[in-house]
Design a protein around this ligand. Structure first.
Ligand code: SAM
Length: 212
């Protein structure tokens, strides 16, 4: 987006949205602390946002490839990555497009609270699969469609207004279905409540596996 509108959008993302995201996601910090220490070696994180996962990566992470399409969020992320002090690449584009990363070149991939707002999920999951080593672990933490009919009906009823207010975030995504359709083994993913508002509390958390 060029010109004044684009600059305003970037300013808003860097100075307002980044703070909103960090604040709104505070309740999932314990979950990040539980999941992310499983990352090792060269790690791909798609939908990096402000870099909220960064403090939770352990010493076994040797380098990070971060993908983030929002220019304003990427500015915040870059400052945090520079302070992190380990090798990184920050790729400012959508993960649903062909990324400039070699096939089977990362040890672990990470998707946290991203798939709810991705427009072309099959393309993004195929791209992650291409880049991740065969049978590599995909660390997942996502809010998903509720398992109980009443809760799922509320998610669907409120979907239009929720999406309009929250940057296209869909409260009722069948994320396990999408992962399975893309060929990932989801047997070890667990449905559990998240530290988020009621509408988006149902979560899917754990380690999925890319195909061999
Ligand atoms: C709710 S934020 C979560 C950020 C971070 N993963 C976290 O755990 O806090 C969702 C992020 O997904 C990013 N996103 C949305 N669509 C994307 C796409 N197609 N490819 C990569 N990132 C995307 C957004 O720009 C935003 O940074």
């Amino acid at each position: 987006m060029a010109g004044r509108t684009g600059r305003l959008k970037t300013w808003y993302e860097e100075h307002v949205l980044a703070g909103i995201l960090d604040g709104a996601m505070a309740g999932v910090e314990p979950l990040r602390a539980e999941l992310l220490p499983q990352a090792r070696g060269r790690v791909l994180e798609v939908g990096f946002g402000t870099g909220a996962n960064l403090p939770h990566y352990g010493d076994e992470v040797s380098s990070l490839v971060a993908v983030e399409p929002s220019e304003g969020l990427a500015r915040v992320a870059r400052r945090r990555l520079e302070a992190w002090g380990r090798p990184f690449e920050l790729i400012e584009m959508s993960g649903s497009r062909r990324l400039p990363i070699d096939d089977a070149s990362v040890d672990v991939a990470v998707l946290t609270f991203v798939l709810c707002s991705v427009k072309r999920i099959p393309e993004l999951l195929a791209e992650v699969r291409r880049i991740l080593r065969p049978a590599g672990p995909l660390l997942v933490a996502e809010h998903v469609v509720a398992g109980t009919p009443g809760h799922a009906a509320a998610q669907r009823a409120l979907r239009p207004i929720w999406k309009a207010c929250l940057g296209g975030c869909d409260p009722a995504r069948d994320t396990r279905g999408h992962l399975e359709a893309a060929g990932y083994d989801t047997a070890a993913l667990e449905e559990r409540p998240l530290g988020l508002p009621w509408l988006v509390r149902p979560g899917l958390v754990g380690v999925a596996r890319a195909p061999r």
